[in-house]
Design a protein. Structure first.
Length: 191
C-alpha cells in the first residue's frame, strides 16, 4: 500500500477516534449534569427547525450524501488488492517490434524451481507494485524439521540470479518470505 494512503488512514482513524472519545466524555458529563443543559433536558438547536423547513435543505443533504459516497468509493478504490505487474516491455523494444515478458509467469517459474528443493514444502511466486516499486515476491514454506537453512538459502540465491537474468533490463526488487509449514496434529515440535 502506498505511504500516502497509510498516512491518510492513520490520520482519519486518529480524528474519528478522538471525536468518538470526545462524544463519549460529553455524554458522560451530560448524564452527570456537568454540562449547561439541564439534567434530563433536551438539547435544543434553534436553527434546526428553520433549516429543515427551508427548500434548500433536501438539496444540501443530497449533495452532502453524494460527496460522502464519492469519498467512500475513492477510499475503497485506494485499498484494492495489490496490483500485479503483468506484462512489461523489455529493453530493445522499438518501432520495429516490442519485446515483453509476463512477470507473473517468471515469478511462478521461480517458485516452481524452489518448490522442488527438499527443505521447501511449498513455494508461490507473484509480482506486485508496492509503494511504487516493482516487486517479485516469493513465499516459501519451510519444513518444520528442516534444520540448517543454508542449503535452502543457496537455492534461493541461485533462483534470484535466474530472475535477474530473465528480467534483464527491468528494474525490480526481489522479496523472499519464509514461513514454517504447519506441524501435523499429534506431532511434537520439540525432538
Amino acid at each position: 500500500m502506498r505511504r500516502g494512503i497509510v498516512i491518510v488512514d492513520r490520520l482519519g482513524c486518529a480524528v474519528v477516534g478522538s471525536a468518538l472519545i470526545a462524544l463519549g466524555v460529553a455524554a458522560a458529563a451530560w448524564e452527570r449534569g456537568d454540562l449547561p443543559v439541564p439534567r434530563g433536558g433536551a438539547l435544543r438547536i434553534p436553527w434546526s427547525a428553520a433549516a429543515a423547513a427551508s427548500p434548500w435543505w433536501p438539496l444540501a443533504l443530497g449533495a452532502a450524501a453524494i460527496a460522502l459516497i464519492l469519498v467512500g468509493l475513492r477510499w475503497l478504490y485506494s485499498h484494492r488488492p495489490g496490483q500485479t505487474l503483468g506484462s512489461m516491455s523489455l529493453p530493445g523494444s522499438g518501432a520495429t517490434g516490442q519485446l515483453s515478458v509476463d512477470v507473473n509467469t517468471v515469478a511462478a517459474a521461480a517458485a516452481a524451481e524452489l518448490g522442488s528443493h527438499p527443505l521447501i514444502a511449498a513455494a508461490t511466486g507473484t509480482s506486485l507494485i508496492d509503494r511504487g516499486q516493482r516487486i517479485v515476491e516469493l513465499e516459501l514454506k519451510i519444513e518444520p524439521g528442516a534444520g540448517s537453512l543454508s542449503a535452502a538459502a543457496t537455492g534461493v540465491k541461485a533462483v534470484q540470479r535466474d530472475l535477474a537474468q530473465a528480467l534483464d533490463g527491468v528494474a525490480f526488487t526481489n522479496r523472499v518470505l519464509l514461513r514454517t509449514a504447519r506441524v501435523p496434529k499429534g506431532t511434537s515440535r520439540v525432538n
